[in-house]
Design a protein around this ligand. Structure first.
Ligand code: ADP
Ligand code: MG
Length: 648
């Protein structure tokens, strides 16, 4: 039967990423081997599991392994044209169907491709590309760093038809149905010429392969085999040496999580991390633990140093794999760590659990619950350690994962205090480094009893918001919370260290003794203005009162102590929840000329004309100043234009 060869294009992002690979932007080219072996190992894990769960699957799983085949090509000494130098990585794992090849190899199946596209568009420096690759991780495509052409032949377990895929890393690939192929996958690289300057090594040298496997893939639990020629010197003088071919297993296959931490090097941990996490960055922290007693298990977890693209994706999964007695059971085991620690990667190996365990069963499993609780504690204490002893690493952690970590303030009531203690927040104290709450409390003024914070869209907006004026004037530090999650957690965290958390835009604030004694009589005079404004703006505000928060703005809007802030209401609405529109409180600055002028005008019937419009403008201005959204911007603009026209 003739093969139907079909030519197809890579998906746009895939093509761009490939270009980065082809143009050798990444410095460590050796990593392609780790990626291929990692994929082969995953495929073997999947097949073993599939065969276990599906007894009808007619596959031989008695000798699951990975093979590395070297073909150095015809030697130059023969004078013949140099045959292609190839390297083949073969596994007898799960394999792929034709559709899977198209989906998995022809496109970037990972979530977060939209962000990737944006970043790719912005990338023009090699260092950016390295970072991009670190964040996204490049699996199979890394082969194009070392190969001019790549051929993949695969047959899925249980299917008879096989698929051949080929590409030279340009925009296209070919795909064809093949009648006959061994079950599993082989990837053949047509190697680029060796180029020592470019760190492109001779990957047909057995010693090099051995070295790389040792370095990158030694812990892989499946045997990695390579055929090597052994030359035995001739037995007698003048005789021919004998050359035999032997198969060597070139990895030691030790489960790193079963070894004490002292016996594993940082490099070994780092490579293992890259394998389990499908990552290209370095781990920030390694957490090895061993539990004995009722539930025995070992865990090897990593805190990455770079957030992946899909960290904020709703269907983004945790990266912890579950093993039972060294047998891979499932990846992305969300039950093992809480969602706010979903950046943690690694392996949990349980001793007494059914190999048959399903995701549904896991949710009920008591042992899993126990493991999850201790893993959580262990990760938190690792973060605590970073915070106390490795401030650079803590800073990296916070920049990369802080936004996710803070979700724990909402979802993990048991560990809330700890999560709060380990969190950092931007504050008016410094525009460079965020502060912990402990440090904030340490800097509190003598008369200060509360921790002040402001929530909003950006630091800039908050810093200029009228709400902050008096706090600034009196030198009180204010936390500037600008992540969407901040709006939510502040509602569920009442205090820290006995100090209540107080929004600068909510309720009444106690700013300590005023520097100037309040002019009671003067303020008493505002009664008429306050009542009149309340009536005039009844549609918009539920109360009008004098403020202690303002120094330069005429007015600001305040949410009730237990009310929902407009930002939070917007977030709820964005997620489809109904939220009633709560009216807010308008606070006036009694020292502002606009406010005193209004009071004055009110007493004079001749000036009453147009005062209601001034009130509306006052309200609209307060809303705009805090970055709020006007109900009727056109009306506001018309009122303002009219007013301005009278002053020019
Ligand atoms: P990742 O491993 O991070 O998913 P890769 O680019 O390395 O990304 O691989 C993409 C996908 O292709 C894998 O998730 C897997 O489904 C499939 N794949 C790659 N290599 C193999 C293989 N040897 N056997 C079966 N499937 C494979
Ligand atoms: Mg991979």
């Amino acid at each position: 039967m003739s093969e139907q060869v079909e030519q197809r294009e890579f998906q746009a992002e895939a093509r761009q990423l490939l270009q980065l690979m082809v143009h050798s932007i990444y410095s460590n080219k050796d990593s392609f081997l780790r990626e291929l072996i990692s994929n082969a190992s995953d495929a073997l894990d999947k097949l073993r599991l599939e065969a276990f769960l599906n007894k009808d699957l007619d596959v031989d799983t008695s000798d699951l392994h990975i093979e590395v085949d070297i073909d150095a090509g015809a030697s130059e000494a023969t004078g013949t044209e140099r045959a292609a130098r190839t390297l083949t990585i073969r596994d007898n794992g799960i394999g792929m169907s034709r559709d899977e090849v198209v989906d998995l190899i022809g496109t970037l199946a990972k979530s977060g491709t939209a962000e990737l596209r944006k970043k790719l568009g912005e990338t023009n420096k090699a260092s950016d590309a390295e970072e991009l690759i670190g964040q996204f991780g490049i699996g199979f495509y890394s082969t194009f760093m070392v190969a001019d052409a790549v051929e993949l032949l695969t047959r899925k377990a249980g299917e008879s038809a096989a698929t051949r895929w080929e590409s030279s890393g340009d925009g296209t690939y070919t795909i064809a149905n093949v009648d006959d192929a061994p079950q599993g996958t082989s990837v053949t690289l047509h190697l680029k010429p060796e180029d020592a300057d470019d760190e492109l090594h001779d990957y047909t040298a057995p010693w090099k392969i051995r070295e790389l496997v040792k370095k990158y893939s030694d812990f892989i639990s499946w045997p990695i085999r390579m055929e090597v020629e052994k030359t035995t010197p001739a037995a007698e003088e003048g005789g021919e040496p004998t050359v035999t071919v032997e198969t060597e297993t070139i990895n030691s296959r030790t489960a790193l999580w079963a070894k004490p931490k002292s016996e594993v090097s940082d490099e070994e941990y780092a490579q293992f991390y890259k394998h389990v996490a499908h990552a290209w960055d370095e781990p920030l922290e390694v957490i090895a633990m061993k539990a004995e007693g009722t539930f025995e298990y070992q865990a090897l977890l990593f805190i990455p140093s770079m957030a992946p693209f899909d960290l904020f994706n709703r269907d983004g999964h945790s990266g912890v794999q579950l093993y039972v007695k060294r047998v891979f059971i499932m990846g992305d085991c969300d039950e093992l760590v809480p969602e706010y620690l979903r950046f943690v990667k690694g392996v949990v190996d349980a001793q007494d659990m059914s190999l048959n365990v399903s995701r549904e069963m896991l949710q009920q499993d008591r042992q899993i619950k126990v493991i999850r609780r201790s893993l959580t504690k262990k990760v938190l204490s690792a973060v605590k350690d970073l915070q106390a002893n490795r401030s650079d690493a803590y800073e990296t952690f916070w920049t990369q994962f802080g936004r996710v970590f803070k979700e724990g303030l909402i979802s993990d009531a048991d560990n809330r205090d700890m999560v709060l203690r380990l969190s950092s927040f931007a504050s008016t104290f410094s525009d460079q480094v965020p502060t912990t709450l402990a440090d904030y409390v340490g800097r509190m003024k003598d008369d200060q009893t509360q921790i002040f914070y402001a929530t909003g869209e950006s630091r800039q907006l908050l810093e200029r918001s009228p709400h902050l004026e008096a706090f600034k004037a009196k030198g009180y530090e204010v936390l500037l919370l600008t992540d969407p999650v901040d709006e939510v957690w502040v509602e569920s965290v009442p205090e820290f260290d006995g100090k209540t958390l107080q929004s600068v835009a909510k309720g009444e604030v106690d700013l300590g003794a005023s520097d100037e004694p309040a002019d009671e009589t003067a303020h008493g005079d505002f009664a008429e203005l306050l009542t009149w404004l309340q009536e005039t703006l009844d549609e918009h505000v539920k109360e009008v009162r004098l403020s202690t928060r303002l120094t330069s703005s005429p007015a600001c809007l305040i949410t009730d102590t237990f009310g929902i802030t407009p930002q939070l209401a917007r977030m709820y609405r964005a997620s489809g929840q109904e939220v009633p529109v709560g009216k807010r409180i308008l606070e006036l600055n009694p020292d502002h000329p606009l406010v005193t002028g209004l009071r004055q005008a009110l007493t004079d019937p001749a000036h009453r004309d147009g005062l209601a419009e001034t009130a509306e403008l006052l309200y609209g201005t307060a809303l705009l100043a805090e970055g709020g959204v006007l109900d009727d911007p056109a009306r506001f603009a018309a009122l303002l234009a009219d007013r301005l026209a009278r002053t020019v």
